[in-house]
Design a protein. Structure first.
Length: 277
């Protein structure tokens, strides 16, 4: 059973979770706090077990500012479930021009991000806390997908380094980076959009970030299936009707229809997802 299921589980299952973690100081302390009827136990545990901090290192923080200050990502921050901090790599330079790039050895065209400002930024952050991952957004990293987002949503602290120009000095990747992630087989101006995609996909999975936590569990790519069709009112618009089964109130038949639709859509639109079964 995963943490999502625990937080939405029947009381007996949730109590089993508490017994398993009875030695945890966090649980013991906040179990006492939860005796206050105004502080539901599950809400307290959500805040304590599902807090995430993401530090994004970039030369263009303005490219990401809008994304982290709206919608679900902002809601998660307002609820205290996540903190997202943008760090301008130019603030970690030592030259008066605040340059973070230089010409590559060997005479290749383009510019390369230097080691020093990146090392200074990562070292400064690591001096304040431990990080589970130091991620570099790179076109030759492992391709980002939903299972990866699911596992990353259980992390506490991560750094995301946004690539730019021709990339970073390779020694950074050898000595400072723990994981390289690509969002697809194409090249962007910089890694900022990739960092925004990763942040959004991960933060929305934190319990409490979305009002209905089950909604995230039924998204496309969960269980390697595309999501089934969804409908809302009116049930009949210009003769375009909602499938009768969704209006039946028979939950078992509705669930069976949704699974069938998910399987059919996946086989038709993304058969590659089924090959991994």
């Amino acid at each position: 059973m995963n943490f999502y299921e625990l937080l939405t589980a029947p009381t007996h299952a949730f109590h089993s979770f508490l017994i398993f973690y009875r030695e945890s100081q966090i649980i013991e302390t906040h179990f006492t706090m939860s005796q206050n009827k105004d502080v539901p136990l599950r809400e307290v545990l959500t805040l304590q077990l599902f807090f995430m901090r993401i530090d994004i290192l970039t030369v263009l923080p303005e490219m990401i500012e809008g994304m982290i200050n709206c919608s679900i990502v902002k809601r998660a921050q307002d609820k205290g479930l996540a903190e997202i901090h943008l760090h301008n790599l130019r603030d970690y330079t030592t030259n008066k021009w605040r340059r973070v790039d230089d010409y590559p050895f060997g005479g290749e065209a383009g510019m390369v991000m230097q080691i020093e400002p990146i090392d200074r930024a990562i070292s400064a952050l690591k001096s304040e806390r431990e990080y589970d991952e130091v991620i570099y957004t790179s076109p030759d990293g492992e391709t980002f997908n939903q299972p990866m987002a699911n596992s990353m949503s259980l992390l506490n602290n991560m750094i995301i380094l946004c690539g730019h120009y021709k990339g970073v000095d390779y020694r950074i990747r050898e000595h400072l980076i723990t994981r390289e992630i690509s969002v697809g087989d194409y090249v962007l101006t910089g890694g900022e959009l990739a960092a925004a995609i990763i942040t959004d996909a991960v933060v929305r999975l934190i319990p409490g970030a979305i009002g209905d936590e089950q909604s995230a569990l039924s998204d496309s790519f969960q269980d390697n299936l595309l999501a089934p069709p969804v409908y809302t009112r009116p049930a009949d618009y210009n003769g375009w009707k909602v499938p009768d089964v969704l209006l039946s109130g028979h939950q078992r038949k509705i669930d069976e229809w949704r699974l069938q639709q998910a399987q059919e859509r996946t086989a038709r639109l993304r058969p590659d997802l089924l090959k991994g079964e």
